[in-house]
Design a protein. Structure first.
Length: 364
């Protein structure tokens, strides 16, 4: 048994590594995807196009405007003279934020009243609009605290685990998990169906090799390749994006192994039920996109309808995202992550065993 599996593993490595395009897809493409997605997948907003109407034209109003421009979050592109021009700039998409400082702003401030600053935000993109409004309110609040420090409570906030509140620190570990899912799924989904297309499946079927040996021989090479990808992509994320890894690297690799069991099991299952590589590719993407959407990567699972939340319990990516983000950002250990580790182990065992049973039926 061991000898037959070993020969099949050697065959798979030779078949994969002799193709330059395949080597590039396995080892180079994941790093390129990490760099592209790492920059593209972010919810941080800066240099927001802003127009300002300063009807007060006082020292205090100019200092408030300076607070916006010096923050790096807002880029003032125009200083219109009237309120209607702000509305026109927002309607035409020339600006995202409009700041209207009414006349008497400095007088109200010095007399102890509460001056009003109108902030108009283009809410077409709800995420950008919400962030822009929060940024503006924070700058105005800081300005008011500096000018009226008496009788005010000095509130100091501190963000744990991600002090700068950079969304990239949160998203890049998730991108690593998604790249790992896509790579392992595509490689393994083509494994068995490729044998069918090139005509070598019949030769393997007449050998004394059992289904479990065939599955192991097909899955172990891709598991090793994907395991190397985990290390390469993780270190690339830490080196390029300066993402800290506060937890245990061996725990991360162990969790990645459990996650790969599920991904490889699903990929082999797709490969056993597909007749052509094109069909296997389409089936892989049919699973991949719902898995990403229902993983909590972009949308919180707690905000989903209850039936959909139950559907996510069979999604291995859901559990691995919790693990990889916890290890990278929080330094969490097995005591906190054991529910996710157990879930990945159970799902991996189920999908691998089911793919073995399905392959047996295919031979019959």
């Amino acid at each position: 048994m061991g000898e037959r599996i070993l020969h099949l593993i050697i065959k798979e490595f030779i078949q994969v590594l002799r193709d330059p395009r395949m080597k590039a897809m396995i080892f180079v493409l994941p790093v390129i995807q990490l760099l592209i997605f790492g920059y593209a997948v972010t919810t941080d907003v800066d240099r927001i196009k802003t127009v300002v109407v300063d009807s007060d034209r006082s020292v205090h109003s100019r200092r408030l405007i300076e607070g916006f421009t010096s923050s790096g979050l807002f880029s003032v592109i125009a200083y219109p003279e009237s309120d209607s021009e702000i509305t026109e700039d927002l309607d035409r998409g020339r600006a995202v934020v409009g700041i209207n400082i009414k006349k008497g702003f400095a007088e109200d401030l010095l007399s102890g009243k509460h001056p009003v600053v109108q902030i108009l935000v283009d809410g077409t993109n709800s995420n950008d609009g919400t962030l822009a409004m929060n940024y503006a309110q924070r700058i105005i609040s800081d300005f008011g605290r500096d000018d009226q420090s008496r009788d005010l409570v000095n509130v100091q906030g501190r963000a744990w685990y991600n002090p700068d509140l950079k969304s990239r620190n949160y998203n890049v570990p998730g991108v690593i998990a998604i790249i790992l899912l896509m790579t392992s799924l595509l490689l393994t989904s083509m494994a068995i169906v490729r044998e069918k297309e090139i005509g070598t499946m019949e030769q393997l079927m007449v050998t004394p090799m059992r289904p479990i040996e065939f599955i192991l021989g097909k899955s172990l090479p891709f598991a090793i390749i994907c395991f190397i990808d985990v290390i390469v992509v993780s270190f690339a994320g830490m080196a390029w994006f300066k993402i800290p890894i506060r937890g245990s690297l061996p725990l991360l690799l162990f969790a990645a192994t459990l996650f790969l069991m599920s991904c490889i099991g699903i990929g082999l299952l797709i490969s056993t039920i597909s007749k052509t590589q094109q069909e296997a590719l389409m089936s892989s993407f049919f699973f991949y996109f719902p898995a990403v959407l229902l993983s909590g990567f972009m949308f919180p699972i707690s905000n989903m309808p209850v039936p959909v939340q139950w559907m996510t319990t069979i999604n291995p990516l859901r559990y691995f995202l919790v693990i990889i983000r916890g290890i990278f950002l929080k330094g969490t250990g097995p005591a906190e992550l054991w529910p996710q580790l157990v879930a990945l182990a159970l799902l991996g065992a189920f999908f691998l065993l089911f793919s073995v049973s399905r392959f047996k039926k295919t031979i019959d």
